[in-house]
Write a protein that binds this ligand. Sequence first.
Ligand code: PLP
Length: 459
Amino acid sequence: MTKMKMQTPSLCSGEGSIRRFYAPYDAIRLPTVARAEGVYMWDTAGRRYIDASSGPVVSNIGHGNRRVIEAMYEQAKKVTYAHRTVFENEPNILLGDLVTRLAGPGLERAYFVSGGSEATETAIKLARQYAVVRGDAARWKVISLDPGYHGATLGAFAISGDPQTQTVFGALARAMPKAPAPFRYRLPPNHDSDSYARYCAAALEELIVREGPQTVLAFMMEPVGGLATGALVAHDEYYRTVREICSRHGVLLIYDEVMSGAGRTGAFLAAHHWPNARPDLVTLAKGIGAGYTPLGVVLAPSAMVDTVVGAGGFLHSYTYAANPLSCAIGLAVVSELIDQNLMANAGAMGSRMRQRLEELQATSGIIGDIRGNGLLMAIEIVANKETKEMLPAERQAVYRIVELGIERGLLLYSRRTANGKFGEWLMISPPLTVTDEEVDEIARLIGETLAAYEKELAS
Ligand SMILES: Cc1ncc(COP(=O)(O)O)c(C=O)c1O
């Protein structure tokens, strides 16, 4: 057999690169990544960058973790693939036990998939089959927040509130009802954050009643927001009230913890911050594989799963569900999270980061708001701090700030979600391994980057 020769990147045209789907030919070339270690990444020219966002809030335990790489290799030597219809696999059993134990009572079952969108789809289908089996087949609507994000596949897209993508892809999916997100910074006239939280909870209940409670299957929300809301943490009352509303109407409460879960907010689940508002189902993804493998999971109560199993089993599967290699990697990732005490570090470093960002805000003209929980944080960028006026859309501010960051060796994550309708923000979410010195370095570089942007605005 003739061996295919791998071309070195410099000899390749790049025509097959994913970048060709997003940027025109004349766009500025992004650096090419060469390697990564801890919170740092290097490009092929040898330049170092600090990862202030863990990519899209993925690399929870930092880059290049030896234990995870070794676990990956050890499992790969034994078996990388075995289908669930003919084998159980040990990494699946061990990881399932570990994450359900960390999640706590009421979430005893774990269904592993390959990412966040798959987890969303799986949670909705499990909820739906449970309703059908219980003779509640009229329930199918899944309410979510506007804005909100639950994934890119068509089912997940149908419950993601984003007017821009709705215009393009709406015809392909059955749009689901949306309730207003309980923002706390940019509020409608005559509201403060308390009254707006109450208004949003009441709007959810009105929506359920209007749709017909007997038709509503579930309400899905991110307990701490991701990119769609810029790390929105709702008023405490909102969580409790939403739980009560869902229980009153027989609606399942699903927490999308794809971004907020796996320790990022300082607790294994963000749900743990609101013990009086426990969800019925939880999805996790990004941090559970931490960038070492595509992995997601749906956590569900045993009563729900056993009911579905009693009626013949879950009518849903993926080729890579509970894949042994991914589960072995996930097991090493979550073990690192525990053994390195990274959840406590997320809490402590989150406080330090907030303090540093508040110091920057005092002198910056464009940091309007700082929000989040633990190391899931965001800064909202405005034209005027006093009036909260947004920057003109044509500025495409957050994209330019990301570019200015890259020039200074700072990696940030942002997108103008909902075409900037609700504001513009940048995620500040470094790996949970980040140290005092690294937090200070990130804050210094954010300061320099925003100062450079303010200078551009002024000229
Ligand atoms: C809250 C939330 N849910 C779901 C998803 C979808 O996850 P994935 O991109 O892994 O499919 C994301 C991804 O950003 C997310 O942030």
